[in-house]
Design a protein around this ligand. Structure first.
Ligand code: BGC
Length: 759
């Protein structure tokens, strides 16, 4: 029997003796049994400690030094409090461990605490494990969604999980399941776009990639679907601002991705900063218990977002003090408190006063401990080996996937007069613009990386065609600092070349102490907490584009950015436009290949491009009356709709087949023939939309129901088959019940339409 008597002399304590049963350390016992043995011995405070998450030590120290932490409280006290809690075994998880050494050191300290409970290390490894040095960086989510390539997205997350585990991480605050309905919002680049089905499928693929069949396997991590709920349509597009959405919109647009994450077995959920319809999400019991647990059957645990429990008092003003805020959050269904020392105390008091039951605490602690046992963290997987990690991080196989995903994510927005691809026979090209040689192409949530791991657009072009043509570069200040000299330099150099490639857009990359991607905060034009009241090209970028265009030298534009941009002038004047989003570490390689035709672009927009901020909201799945009237001045319709994306070849759609009559309850087979009628091989994304023609409540003019990504050689034809299920035909009736109403439905694929009657 694995029972040890721990006596005062062994612990160096005087005056108390107790029996401690360490048999839960025995890996041969079933995990559930180990949880029981351990929990039996935990004090209430130790249990609550499991719900306590802290920013890891080095990061916290740096925040103290740089004075960049949250705006209240004594930060040095926080470091001291964190260490005291760690030594007392009162921390369940951390976020943002800096290095493998730190991961191991924190685990060691935790192992030296009374019950030796290991830590879960968590991080936002959102497009690769990219907040960690030397890892693989994939395109950001908006680019991943543009690829419409679920298999590749899943693969990228599988790699992310591998790299996380290799560095001692277990929990990823990913995927983002918010639907982006306002391009002013800074986090659009972190999302999978505007369509709930696309977001749901991308979320499902991400959860599968991260967790695999069993998230406790040694190469997998716990996924965290974030956030509940509705931050993608906040008032004024500002992060944190209230969301005011009808129950219908919540159920039709914002909740389905969460349900999909739950159905995919996502182990954890994160709560949103914002309020919805007057209730801050962190205090919304109907959402966190009613919908999440009772409706969706979720059995994992939730985590608050950064200091948001505190904000119930500080910002939302629905709690008088921290204790009431903790009560509201835990009662609503928040399980883990992200960062901060003021949690254990208030929650312990609340339980002692009978306001929160101990069973409620046990539910969370049981689930978390079970994960720690099943992941082997009490035993063989507590520590990680830096040498082994070196073989995994950003290895050749991982980089190849990052490149493939970048290639598939690039969208050719416009190509008049065969502006693209550029000929390799050109004698000279100029690469110009503030993002031409910028690391901003990695996107948000990336911290310091080895410079040689990132290929900028300029480097990609030099590597690809530098040997056969003169590639010149007009250096340029950062986006918000463009000077007369920058513009003049680009203009003069443009006059001397055959063709100009202008690289403009936005910069969502975080500022890091060691790796400045943007000069201070000024030049960060997107990303978390970087909403904009305009969605144009920030700073003097358009002025620069116009000046270069005036030279008459042929010019193409590459956009590197996270949100749709209102670029009406560019769309009207420039013949070749590429949306590269934030294509990750190999982004410059992929952009160069698309520019010079080595890769035929195949990405499609997962979000529409409004003409201006004043056109927001703009999304394809709008109601029939949305555009019944037009704006008085200028055009009303967007620059490009969701689903837009050109190719260097042409595809012809024909023979759309749909049955004329469908009996109630049966599914609907649909097929279409797609032919590559051009001269190059190419990938096409075939979208299937439907419209419920007359219904008891209004329905969108079109709704995406399925898609297929296919590859076709010149002259090749393929029949693509889909099946519409009854669920695909359902709507939420006047009572918000899901029903299928008989009547006429229209099916739309690639510009062709056909109706069927549902009896
Ligand atoms: C963000 C979350 C993130 C958390 C931890 C918050 O500011 O809103 O998306 O997971 O920080 O880094």
């Amino acid at each position: 029997m694995n029972k040890f008597l721990v006596c005062t002399s062994m612990l160096g304590l005087v005056g108390s003796v107790w029996d401690q049963d360490f048999s839960y350390l025995d890996p041969t016992l079933p995990p559930e049994k180990r949880v029981d043995i351990l929990m039996e011995q935990m004090t209430l405070t130790e249990k609550i400690g499991q719900m306590n998450q802290y920013l890891a030590l080095e990061k916290m120290r740096r925040k103290v030094e740089t004075n960049a932490a949250e705006n209240t409280g004594n930060r040095n006290k926080k470091v001291a409090a964190m260490l005291a809690d760690l030594d007392a075994g009162l921390i369940g998880s951390t976020l943002f461990v800096n290095s493998i050494e730190e991961s191991n050191a924190l685990q060691k300290r935790a192992e030296q605490s009374r019950l030796k409970i290991p830590l879960l290390h968590a991080m936002d490894s959102i497009h690769g494990h990219c907040a960690f040095y030397g890892t693989t960086i994939f395109p950001t989510a908006i680019g991943q969604a543009s690829s419409f390539d679920l298999a590749l997205v899943e693969k990228s997350q599988e790699i992310t999980a591998k790299e996380m585990r290799a560095t001692g991480y277990h929990w990823n605050f990913w995927p983002y399941m918010s639907v982006a309905r306002d391009a002013r919002w800074g986090r659009v680049g972190e999302t999978f776009g505007e369509d709930p089905l696309v977001v749901s499928r991308m979320v499902t693929a991400s959860v599968k990639g991260l967790q695999g069949d069993d998230y406790t396997d040694k190469d997998r991590v716990i996924a965290c679907a974030k956030v509940l709920l509705g931050d993608g349509q906040s008032i004024n597009g500002l992060n944190f601002a209230p969301t005011d959405l009808s129950e219908r919109t919540l159920r039709e647009i914002f909740l389905p991705p969460g349900k999909a994450a739950g159905d995919a077995g996502c182990r954890t959920f994160m709560v949103a900063h914002n309020e919805v319809n007057g209730i801050p999400c962190h205090a919304d019991r109907r959402l966190l218990t009613g919908i999440l647990r009772e409706e969706w059957g979720f059995e994992g645990y939730t985590i608050s977002d950064w200091m948001d429990v505190e904000r119930l008092n500080w910002i939302h003003k629905i709690a008088h003090d921290q204790k009431e805020a903790v009560f509201l959050a835990v009662y609503a269904g928040v399980d883990v408190h992200m960062h901060g020392p003021d949690f254990i105390g208030p929650l312990t008091e609340l339980v002692e006063e009978g306001k929160i039951s101990e069973d409620r605490i046990d539910r969370t602690v049981r689930a978390m401990l079970l994960d720690k046992f099943r992941m082997g963290l009490f035993n063989e997987n507590r520590y990680v080996d830096p040498a082994a990690a070196e073989r995994v991080l950003a290895n050749a196989e991982h980089r190849a996937v990052a490149l493939e995903l970048a290639r598939n994510s690039i969208v050719l927005l416009k190509n008049n007069n065969q502006a693209l691809p550029l000929s390799k026979q050109l004698k000279s090209v100029l690469v110009a613009g503030p993002l031409a040689d910028s690391n901003a192409l990695v996107g948000d949530w990336v911290y310091a990386q080895p410079p040689e791991n990132i290929t900028t657009v300029l480097a990609g072009i030099q590597n690809l065609v530098g040997a056969q043509m003169k590639v010149s570069y007009a250096s340029c200040s950062e986006i918000m600092d463009i000077t007369d000299e920058d513009i003049e330099r680009a203009v003069q150099q443009a006059k001397e070349v055959d063709s100009v490639i202008m690289v403009v857009g936005g910069n969502d990359a975080r500022v890091d102490e060691d790796w400045k991607t943007a000069d201070g905060r000024r030049n960060r034009t997107g990303g978390e907490n970087r909403a904009r009241s305009e969605i144009n090209l920030a700073g003097r970028q358009l002025e620069m584009l116009k000046a270069v265009w005036e030279t008459g030298t042929p010019m193409v534009v590459v956009l590197i950015n996270g949100r749709p941009l209102s670029i009406e002038w560019v769309a009207d004047h420039v013949d070749g436009i590429i949306e590269a989003w934030q294509p990750g570490m190999n982004g410059g390689v992929a952009v160069a290949e698309v520019l010079f035709g080595d890769v035929n672009p195949s990405g499609k927009l997962p979000i529409s491009f409004p003409r201006s901020a004043g056109h927001i909201q703009t999304f394809y799945n709008h109601k029939p009356s949305t555009y019944y009237r037009e704006y008085k001045f200028g055009k009303t319709q967007p620059l490009w709709w969701f689903g837009h994306g050109l190719s260097y070849t042409t595809f012809k759609y024909s023979r759309l087949k749909v049955p004329q009559q469908v009996t109630a309850g049966s599914s609907v087979p649909v097929s279409i023939v797609v032919e590559n009628t051009g001269t190059r091989s190419g990938d096409e994304v075939v979208f299937l939309y439907i419209n419920d023609m007359i219904s008891s409540v209004t329905t969108p003019v079109k709704l995406l129901k399925d898609w297929a990504r296919i590859q076709l050689e010149p002259g090749e034809k393929k029949t693509v088959e889909f099946t519409l299920t009854q669920e695909d035909l359902a709507l939420l009736d006047i009572n918000l019940e899901s029903v299928v109403e008989p009547g006429v439905f229209e099916v739309m694929i690639g510009g062709l339409k056909k109706e069927f009657v549902l009896e």
